[in-house]
Design a protein around this ligand. Structure first.
Ligand code: AMP
Ligand code: GLY
Length: 423
């Protein structure tokens, strides 16, 4: 099979790593990819949002399966376009992708089908939104409805901060069109977890639970990032929570999509808040999480291409999905200053030394080759992933791995996995 993978982050490096373990894959192309994905195939220089050029490439190269990593091309309807031309594509169509591309849509869906989530109201006018903030008071959460690269959510501790957030989103239009509507939401306490699921439109199967670390500093302090580290399986998702999740959240979400006439094929990412034995949905995404993919995929024993094909054939209920009985944990090495302001173009050394053993994999995200040297090229640069038999082991291994790697001004969190140890 010839596979085209779309995207260029750490998630896509992990997907490339896993996809090419399938004996059925002859050739992998990644658009646009990074130096990490290049080790598993050929990078092609087409931007992830250039769907016409991607279609032309897929038709010309007779691609058997296209796997879409990030949300933006899905929200822009790449799956619809590829399907129209008879191509197999793993990822939801544009209507289905509203689960992530419109928070107003997803909140309404959850409300209509009684899927547990935070209380909310949505607004198209800033002054009405501000009135509501003043009525409810802080803490309160302000969200741009559209896609904002993970930056459109402000968890406000004070009323002033929340009012400021409404103004930045709606008046200063910081996120452009994505901020034409805002969702204002009840603040939920608890511990977060991610459950990814495969969905073929008829059935839905949960993967092992994971936990991201969104804040930039230790102890969940500082602004939110795309994710500074992750581990799996997350012990906060107990057997009881899994059961509740399946019955109250996962199956009802599929039921809701079906009732709305939405044929969902791909990944559903459930961002959950867990407290007192209950789970609520914080958000849906329509793709693998990043860096959750970097810990979940290494624990997947089953051939991922087989699962993706089963999804396209609506035979997901027939595949056996097996997981390694191990733990995985990754530490993200980011550029100093991320997620606010940071510099690119610093030389990276030590990756070979770090991932010389089978239980360490260094996934690349914001990297680029220049004159044969590996340079930083983004906020999140690397995810050092360790596998092992206990959380103590994987924490130790991942941090020892990260220590061997260097680039100027790098930043890591030092407490990835601490919550798992406490359990
Ligand atoms: P979202 O993109 O909607 O998941 O929001 C990003 C992050 O903001 C989440 O991972 C949480 O850490 C936080 N967050 C979102 N909604 C809430 C909420 N209702 N209560 C508390 N924290 C939230
Ligand atoms: N790690 C959070 C996300 O992928 O949205």
């Amino acid at each position: 099979m010839k596979i085209l993978l779309i995207g260029s982050g750490g998630r896509e490096h992990a997907l490339a790593w896993k996809i090419t373990q399938s004996s059925r894959v002859e050739k992998l192309y990644t658009a646009a990819g990074n130096p990490g994905t290049e080790e598993f195939g050929e990078n092609i220089c087409i931007a992830e949002n250039n769907k016409e050029a991607l279609l032309e490439f897929a038709l010309k190269e007779k691609i058997d399966l296209t796997v879409v990593g990030p949300e933006a091309p899905l929200a822009a309807g790449i799956a619809d376009l590829f399907e129209k031309h008879g191509l197999n594509v793993f990822g939801p169509n544009q209507r289905a992708a509203r689960l992530e591309s419109s928070k107003v849509f997803s909140k309404k869906l959850m409300q209509k089908y009684q899927i547990p989530t935070a209380e909310y109201k949505s607004f198209t006018e800033a002054n009405k939104a501000v009135e509501y903030v003043k009525e409810i008071g802080a803490p309160i959460v302000v969200k741009a409805s559209g896609l904002a690269a993970g930056k459109g959510v402000i968890v406000a501790q004070t009323e002033e901060e929340a009012v400021g957030a409404v103004e930045t989103i709606m008046k200063d239009e910081k996120f452009g069109q994505a901020g034409e509507k805002v969702v204002i939401e009840e603040f939920l306490e608890g511990e977060e977890a991610t459950i990814l699921a495969f969905c073929d439109g008829k059935s839905i199967r949960a993967m092992i639970p994971s936990q991201d670390h969104k804040a930039v500093y230790d102890g969940d302090k500082g602004p939110n990032t795309g994710g500074m580290g992750a581990y799996a399986p997350a012990p906060v998702v107990t057997a009881q929570i899994r059961k509740i999740f399946k019955n109250e959240i996962m199956e009802p979400t599929l039921g809701a999509l079906q009732s709305e006439g939405i044929d969902y094929k791909g990944i559903i990412y459930f961002g959950l808040m867990i407290k007192d034995g209950k789970a609520k949905v914080l958000e849906y995404n329509v793709r693998f999480g990043d860096p959750e993919a970097q810990v979940v995929l290494p624990l997947l024993e089953t051939d991922l291409v087989d699962i993706m094909e089963a999804v396209l054939k609506e035979e997901l209920d027939k595949v056996e999905i097996k997981w390694k009985n191990q733990k995985a944990l990754c530490v993200v090495m980011a550029s100093g200053g991320y997620p606010v302001e940071y510099k690119k173009g610093k030389e990276i050394t030590g990756i070979k030394e770090a991932d010389s053993s089978a239980d360490i994999i260094v996934f690349q995200a914001g990297t680029r080759l220049k004159d044969g040297k590996l340079m930083t090229d983004g906020g999140r640069v690397l995810a050092v992933t360790a596998l092992g038999n206990s959380f103590e082991e994987v924490i130790d291994r991942a941090y020892k791995g990260a220590k061997k790697i260097y680039f100027a001004d790098y930043h890591i969190r030092n407490d990835i996995g601490r919550k798992a140890l406490e359990k």
